[in-house]
Unconditional design. Structure first.
Length: 191
């Protein structure tokens, strides 16, 4: 059974598996066999779309999606998997670009882009409970080949001693799971 997040602040809003909100635009429309509440978007249930499709539907991941396409990883990450993706938001990318003194076009053209992105991917379907159950501090080997660590507070430390926090977990895709993070992870040395 799928669950939806419900908020009543500023009207009734439903949050789906893509972490986007639908607003209820009309209520209590009578039907012969029940009642209808009209919403302004299609709700996405868990496990239907790939990790790439899930990211494409959430505007908070537009830079991540551009980067995945630029690095020619969209087909791979749309495959069978399973994949665990630690997905940085656009805000995380903006902060990383400032920190690295790069523009977005420079990042998208970088020969290091594929390595940076695969540093955010684990083989397998590792849910939040699996991350929490790791003995701490845990060293986690990524698809890029190097590792990051996770401490007892579930703070991720990358290869350059930079940290990221989990902002949302267990966004279930058909080929894996997405955990939203608030920073771009970087391996110790450019791939």
């Amino acid at each position: 059974a799928a669950t939806l997040g419900v908020s009543t602040t500023g009207g009734v809003k439903l949050t789906d598996e893509v972490l986007t909100q639908a607003s209820v635009t009309a209520t209590d429309v009578e039907a012969s066999n029940g009642v209808i509440h009209v919403i302004d978007k299609v709700l996405v249930p868990p496990g239907v779309l790939t990790v790439v499709q899930m990211a494409q539907l959430n505007p908070a991941f537009s830079v991540l999606v551009e980067a995945v396409v630029a690095a020619n990883l969209a087909t791979t990450l749309s495959g069978t998997g399973p994949f665990t993706v630690f997905a940085p938001t656009d805000t995380a990318f903006t902060a990383a670009l400032t920190q690295l003194s790069l523009t977005k076009p420079q990042l998208l053209a970088s020969p290091d882009l594929a390595g940076i992105l695969t540093y955010h991917v684990l083989a397998g379907n590792v849910r939040a409970a699996g991350v929490a159950a790791l003995p701490k501090p845990a060293s986690v080997t990524t698809a890029q080949g190097s590792a990051f660590t996770v401490d007892s507070a579930l703070v991720i430390t990358d290869g350059r001693a930079r940290t990221a926090n989990l902002a949302a977990t267990d966004v279930i895709a058909s080929n894996g799971v997405i955990h939203v993070i608030d920073a771009v992870l970087l391996p110790a040395v450019a791939p």
